[in-house]
Design a protein around this ligand. Structure first.
Ligand SMILES: [Mg+2]
Length: 306
């Protein structure tokens, strides 16, 4: 790894004093004092952790004056899931919010997408991008690639998969640099087990690769002990963000994000995006990408001291 230069830290500093002590009763009011009727909590919801939006004041209080370092998944977190990856386009307003945040605190986008793909979709310079679940990292003065010796094996698996899955309609095989994604969203439900069987069979023939799964996706990746959690911890060190003055925040919606939630346990906060937060290691939640956008907007406003 090359030695990292500093990210654009902008005018970031300790939070305004008022943020450190502010707390609000759960689900009664927002930090602005206005009822947030769209985010009423129920007892069942609370078991999965409070909403970082409905309980924004509590969330800010939990930061205890420390500066956030923000790690953002892309699909299902910043944008709604789409039938095809290229259709998951970032809303211009959300892009603007991320741009504002990047001037206030370190921001990294951590995605299962290819590095160039996710960087293009987000379309902002000066951020850190971690593609292929953190196997492929690039940022200002920073470049790390994990598992380059596995590229030949991925190439062979890609050819095998395309040949064996061609007969199953709707299957989309997407070659990424450090992974092969098999999208099943457009596969007829009765055919999905057959897709999974082919993927597992191809993986079984190649000990250098392993299968991981997510929402309507199977992936073959290098069989290395590496994931989004390890990528985030590596980034914290590389960017000089391991000190007590920084609190890492990770927003994600999927199983692969749970690795990051677990990795940050005890030193930061995970925020699970989505309706189903059962079994998550995240301490906070947001209902969907729209809520995540509102949360990020309010976080930007708070960090800017407005
Ligand atoms: Mg996601």
């Amino acid at each position: 790894m090359s030695s990292p230069s500093r990210l654009r830290l902008g005018s970031a500093g300790p939070l305004p004093a008022g943020d450190r002590t502010e707390t609000h009763p759960v689900a009664q009011a927002t930090d602005t004092g206005r009822p947030d009727t769209g985010n009423q909590e129920t007892g069942a919801d609370r078991a999965a952790g409070p909403s970082a939006l409905a309980c924004f004041g509590d969330f800010i209080a939990a930061l205890a004056g420390r500066r956030p370092a923000l790690f953002l998944d892309y699909d299902g977190t910043l944008v709604p899931l789409a039938p095809r990856p290229e259709l998951a386009v970032l809303d211009e307003a959300v892009r603007g919010t991320i741009r504002r945040l990047s001037a206030l605190c370190p921001v990294a986008v951590v995605s299962g997408r290819d590095l160039d793909d996710v960087a293009r979709m987000v379309g902002l310079e000066g951020l850190v991008y971690a593609g292929s679940h953190g196997f492929d990292i690039r940022g200002p003065g920073l470049r790390t690639q994990i598992g380059q010796e596995y590229l030949g094996e991925l190439e062979g698996a890609d050819i095998d998969l395309r040949a064996r899955l061609a007969a199953i309609p709707g299957t989309l095989v997407e070659r990424k640099r450090f992974a092969i994604a098999i999208h099943t969203r457009q596969v007829a439900p009765p055919d999905k087990p057959a897709v999974a069987a082919v993927v597992r069979s191809v993986a079984a023939e190649r000990a250098q690769l392993r299968v991981t799964g997510g929402k309507e996706i199977l992936e073959l990746r290098p069989n290395l002990p590496w994931d989004k959690g390890r990528a985030v911890l590596t980034l914290l060190d590389a960017l000089g963000l391991s000190g007590e003055g920084t609190v890492p925040l990770y927003l994600g919606d999927d199983e692969t994000d749970e690795d990051a939630f677990r990795a940050l346990s005890g030193r930061g906060f995970g925020i699970r995006v989505g309706d189903d937060t059962s079994g998550t290691a995240a301490q906070w939640r947001l209902r969907d990408p729209a809520e995540a956008a509102r949360f990020l907007d309010r976080l930007a406003g708070r960090l800017a001291g407005s």
